[in-house]
Design a protein around this ligand. Structure first.
Ligand code: PLP
Length: 421
């Protein structure tokens, strides 16, 4: 029996309607920007496996550092104990995060980093004796699949069945120059109720919302209002973090810094799962007290796993290297050149780019999970390129180590795909 057949016996895949999509391609190897299937067929990973393996699959430097750490210390409880990988990681991360960030809290994935952020914000006000139970989020956002993260995400097939059980959330439209006055008024009305604990946003790019991009100046103005009302700003940088927008973090494009930041995905370069919620000293201090119950009683078994911390530390070293920084510049330029050649194509409605994130919307109506989207996905895979269209949006977010030749292959396959729709 093939791996694909054996898979069907016991495995339940994420985000999948198994009745409609029973087959899952078995990948047996991955190296650099390339995935290999069980027959040895190659696919360029144009989305870095959900924007995670940004330093390339099976990166030799990450592997060496992680295997050395495995020989030394595998795991230890992080309540009451500490270790060098977590300490070194904290020092390296704080150096590159926005200036006001000073403390790190560990969890396991993007969703839990958001749940931690929400709980931190709610308890911050609770500890100060204020009853603030509402979170403001942006429409169409995606923050993950745990209950807090699902509550603050936009309504969709992901979270619809659970709406009755959400925490208290108000959603604002993503600001544009056209709707800005209305959005500002809506925000002010919510803020002046005195009930809002936090405002959560994906800075500048809503990843799962088909790489929707919005203006830094508009977000900055909203953040100014949020800050004036003693509401905490939570930047979900799970997708945007670690160089993707051309800066280490998307928040660096703004002048208002968030109080709390969520990090995951490429934090560990795809080797092992880990997430971190960082916060300012001011947030942290609201939890310091002689009263034990004011502490933050949240904790996951694998908090600050030394192996994951080492992967993250080595990842930051790679991110800061001249080689990766040059690669980022090279990819940005390549996307810009591709944009010039594709944006006037009759099948292309709009294009957009921020850093190494590139997206184009087709001029064709397509359901998020519809047949045309599936046809396009199949076309890409048949042609050796792994791109997963989101509705009628095709996006590229490839590993930083992708070569010029591999990028060009992605571009030409996209051009060929346009003839298919
Ligand atoms: C912005 C953002 N936040 C949170 C998450 C959830 O992360 P995870 O899938 O690791 O739980 C995602 C996942 O795509 C994301 O893009």
């Amino acid at each position: 029996m093939s791996l694909q057949e054996r898979d069907k016996k016991h495995l339940w895949h994420p985000l999948t309607q198994h009745k409609l999509h029973p087959n899952h391609l078995a990948i047996t190897k991955a190296k650099g920007a390339v995935l290999y299937d069980a027959n040895g067929k190659e696919y360029i990973d144009g989305i870095a496996s959900w924007y995670t393996c940004m330093y390339g699959h099976s990166n030799p430097y990450l592997i060496r550092r992680v295997s050395e750490q495995m020989q030394q210390l595998d795991h230890v409880v992080f309540a009451g104990f500490t270790h060098e990988p977590a300490i070194k990681l904290s020092e390296a991360l704080i150096r590159i995060l926005p200036d006001n960030q000073n403390k790190l809290f560990f969890s396991d994935n993007g969703s839990t980093s958001v749940d931690v952020a929400i709980k931190m914000a709610l308890q911050y006000h609770f500890n100060k004796g204020e009853k603030r139970g509402k979170i403001i989020a942006l429409e169409g956002g995606f923050h993950g699949d745990t209950f807090g993260a699902m509550s603050v995400s936009g309504l969709s097939v992901y979270n619809g069945p659970f709406e009755d059980f959400f925490i208290d959330v108000s959603r604002l439209p993503v600001p544009t120059t056209n709707n800005f006055d209305t959005v500002k008024h809506q925000l002010l009305a919510l803020l002046s109720s005195g009930e809002v604990a936090a405002f959560i946003y994906e800075p500048l790019v809503q990843g799962a919302s088909a790489m929707k991009m919005y203006d830094a100046a508009l977000l900055d103005e909203l953040l100014s209002l949020v800050k004036q009302h003693n509401v905490l700003a939570i930047a979900d940088e799970v997708m945007t973090g670690f160089g993707k927008t051309g800066k280490y973090f998307a928040s660096e494009h703004l002048s208002n810094q968030p109080d709390i930041i969520c990090l995951a995905k490429s934090l560990t370069g795809g080797l092992v799962p880990m997430a971190i919620t960082t916060c300012s000293q001011e947030v942290y201090e609201a939890f310091l007290s002689d009263d034990i119950s004011k502490g933050f009683f949240h904790g996951h078994t694998y908090s600050a796993n030394p192996i994951a911390c080492t992967a993250a530390l080595a990842g930051i070293e790679l991110l800061q290297s001249t080689e990766i920084q040059n690669n980022i510049t090279r990819i940005i330029k390549a996307h810009q050149a591709f944009d010039k050649r594709i944006k006037t194509h009759p099948k292309v409605a709009t294009t957009r780019q921020l850093g190494v994130i590139y997206a184009l919307d087709l001029n064709v109506e397509m359901d998020r999970y519809g047949d045309l989207r599936n046809k396009l996905f199949k076309f890409f895979m048949n042609n050796g390129v792994c791109l997963r269209p989101l509705g009628n949006t095709i996006y590229i977010l490839a590993p930083y180590v992708i070569t010029d030749g591999q990028l060009e292959k992605i571009y030409t396959v996209i051009e060929a795909a346009l003839e298919e729709v």
